[in-house]
Design a binder for this molecule. Structure first.
Ligand SMILES: NC(=O)c1ccc[n+]([C@@H]2O[C@H](COP(=O)([O-])OP(=O)(O)OC[C@H]3O[C@@H](n4cnc5c(N)ncnc54)[C@H](O)[C@@H]3O)[C@@H](O)[C@H]2O)c1
Length: 282
């Protein structure tokens, strides 16, 4: 796969530390010949280890809060200066829910928090796409990818308002995918990734059990951050020029499963350990 992005240039949002999916994407994109601009919120740039990634990949860092239009405009202007004009790809790898962080359950949601969840995790994608469209920043046959999760389609306990945010994110990819395809010949897709042990992932209530459950349910097992990075590279490459407006599952088959042998065996064990009369009821 080496050299798939030779000569291509792109912006990577969301590399906080080496566990971040965006971190792995930056490494693989660089390995494949791409030049990068890395970005994250000002606080993440200060607190995280993005400097190490910038050094390793020979990239510039431009801090931008993805909820602030002026930050996004500045980021895109500066990136175009660095790249000497248009560039080829963008990775949106941003997610945060104050409700999840504060353990406020969905049925008691705080609407200010919920709006922040949508702003950070979904509207940021619209903001980036709108600004890039206005600046005509993405080259013909370019590619934009945002990271999503199956909770956009199916309810998973604990995922809270992030499920709604991901549904919005995927819808924005389709809505802008039409406009970008029609006017600019640029692709826009979302990748729906397996649960992955990262800083954002670990914030989800019961995340360890979720990882274990989807591992047992997926015929190919959970997809890792590195594997997700491989898929991103393919979607940024010229091998997928007619793939657009799709939500692409990268989850070892989880999203098509109902029940697996491995999961049912574990489920059965919980009954075997319990000696209550009602154990097989329902
Ligand atoms: N980890 C998982 O289980 C999983 C599964 C499917 C999809 N995803 C998605 O992958 C993406 C990346 O998450 P991750 O798991 O690598 O975790 P992560 O914590 O490493 O990355 C999340 C990033 O969002 C950034 N961010 C938060 N607020 C921001 C703001 N206002 N402006 C700019 N950036 C901001 C953070 O600084 C961080 O770098 C997210 O969209 C997440 O929802 C994660």
């Amino acid at each position: 796969m080496e050299g798939l992005l030779k000569g291509k240039k792109g912006i990577i949002f969301g590399a906080l530390n080496e566990k971040s999916i965006a971190w792995q994407v930056a490494l693989k994109a660089r390995e494949n010949g791409a030049s990068l601009v890395l970005t994250n919120s000002p606080v993440a740039v200060r607190m995280g280890s993005i400097n190490e990634l910038a050094e390793e990949t020979g990239s510039k860092i431009i801090a931008a809060d993805a909820t602030r239009m002026e930050d996004i405009e500045n980021l895109l202007h500066q990136s175009m200066e660095i790249f000497g004009g248009q560039f080829d790809f963008i990775l949106h790898s941003i997610g945060m829910s104050p409700n999840v962080r504060k353990d406020i359950p969905y049925e008691q949601t705080n609407y200010e928090n919920m709006l922040k969840t949508f702003d950070i995790s979904a509207l940021s994608f619209h903001r980036i796409l709108q600004t890039a469209y206005r600046l005509d920043a993405i080259r013909e046959w370019g590619s934009v990818v945002a990271l999503s999760y199956v909770a956009a389609q199916r309810t998973l306990t604990g995922y809270n308002d992030m499920g709604d945010a991901k549904a919005l994110l995927e819808s924005i990819a389709r809505s802008f995918g039409y406009i970008y395809g029609r006017d600019r010949k640029v692709r826009i897709n979302t990748i729906s990734q397996s649960p992955t042990p990262t800083t954002a992932g670990a914030g989800i209530h019961g995340f360890g059990s979720l990882v274990d459950f989807s591992e047992r349910m997926s015929p190919l097992g959970n997809a890792t951050a590195e594997e997700c990075a491989d898929y991103c590279v393919v979607l940024f490459s010229d091998l997928t020029r007619k793939v657009t407006m799709q939500n692409l599952y990268h989850d070892g088959g989880f999203s098509s499963m109902g029940m697996s042998l491995k999961a049912i065996e574990q489920y059965q064990k919980s009954f075997d350990e319990c000696d209550c009369d009602e154990k097989h009821k329902g």
